[in-house]
Write a protein that binds this ligand. Structure first.
Ligand SMILES: [Zn+2]
Length: 339
């Protein structure tokens, strides 16, 4: 294992490997970019390279005692802090000031075994003000032989004083090739391998994020799309029964409605692309192109735009706690008017 393990992310890898090769590693880094695109993986590989007994510092071997201990989270000079929920029922997870203080104590000593101590703080934006200010002191007077890597998918929530003390490294969404390759490598054996069709679908829908590619419930996605297509095919003042059956079903499921509306917006957008003879690579749901084409032929561009607008307005209204049943009914009446 080594930096080769990280697929995509050419730029961040180059920045880190150059720093390692030129002996110009900073005291503190901020790895930022969307969730689930390889920030933590890169930080761990970085920590391993700094201390690898075989391939360090320009890369790591993954098998020497130091690399193995870091991988297992058992290295005495490697620390990984992640936000924890204050209670099992709690909705938000935080990094507490006590945890930062604890980390500071550990960083104050010289390394036990390593060349360089590495502290990774994942979800750094979840530090409250007190925790962030405490960490700031360490960033202002960095302990020797220590590197701190902050990871954040919402860096704008961090204190500017913290951001300015770190070298920023931006991570980008993964390319479809990288997502596909990671998916193929993620299965334990050949018998578990994804079919070509499922690989395409998962890659396409991942939006460059690995967790989404792996966790997508394909059956639920297909059912949801099928229901939306049926609704869009049938919706009209003559078939109010179809419209209201759909709203009754979703009005009870406020927790699920936003992803459903996203799905609907994607489909309406795809229909408009087909209508305007856009490229098939621009179609998000191109695996069901056979279903989308006749529907696009059935609607005018004006109808599709009116429906898209209505779904978008409904989505934003529901974010501000509008009544779910009334909002969905209102949207479908607008659909009937547009159809
Ligand atoms: Zn090693």
């Amino acid at each position: 294992m080594s930096f080769q393990r990280i697929l995509g992310q050419v730029q961040p890898k180059r920045i880190i490997q150059n720093a390692l090769l030129n002996n110009s590693v900073s005291h503190a880094y901020l790895f930022y970019g969307q969730e689930s695109i390889g920030k933590k993986l890169t930080a761990v590989e970085f920590a391993k390279a700094l201390n690898c007994e075989v391939s360090g510092p320009k890369d790591n071997c993954g098998v020497c005692p130091s690399c193995r201990k870091i991988d297992q989270g058992m290295h005495p000079d490697f620390f990984l802090l992640e936000p924890e929920k204050s209670s099992p029922a709690g909705r938000n997870a935080f990094i507490k000031v006590e945890e930062i203080r604890e980390l500071q104590k550990k960083l104050a000593y010289m390394p036990y075994e390593a060349n360089t101590k590495v502290a990774i703080i994942d979800g750094a934006e979840t530090m409250n003000l007190q925790a962030a200010n405490t960490l700031l002191k360490t960033l202002e007077e960095p302990p020797s032989a220590t590197i701190i890597i902050l990871i954040s998918s919402n860096p704008y929530q961090l204190l500017p004083t913290i951001v300015s003390r770190c070298q920023g490294v931006k991570f980008h969404l993964l390319s479809t090739d990288a997502v596909r390759q990671i998916l193929q490598q993620s299965v334990p054996s050949e018998t578990d391998a994804f079919s070509e069709q499922e690989l395409d679908l998962r890659t396409l829908r991942s939006m460059g994020r690995i967790s989404r590619a792996l966790e997508e419930d394909i059956e639920a996605t297909n059912n949801c799309r099928e229901e939306i297509l049926h609704l869009l095919e049938q919706v009209s003042f003559k078939r109010m029964d179809v419209a209201f059956k759909w709203t009754r079903q979703w009005a009870k499921r406020s927790d699920k409605i936003q992803p459903v509306l996203d799905e609907m917006l994607n489909i309406l957008r795809d229909l408009a692309v087909i209508k305007t003879q856009g490229k098939s690579t621009e179609i998000f749901n191109r695996d069901i192109l056979d279903r989308l084409k006749p529907l696009a032929a059935q609607k005018s561009t004006g109808t599709l735009i009116a429906m898209f607008d209505s779904a978008l307005q409904t989505k934003s209204a529901l974010m501000t706690n509008a009544n779910l049943q009334l909002s969905l009914d209102h949207m479908l009446i607008q659909f009937c008017e547009a159809a």
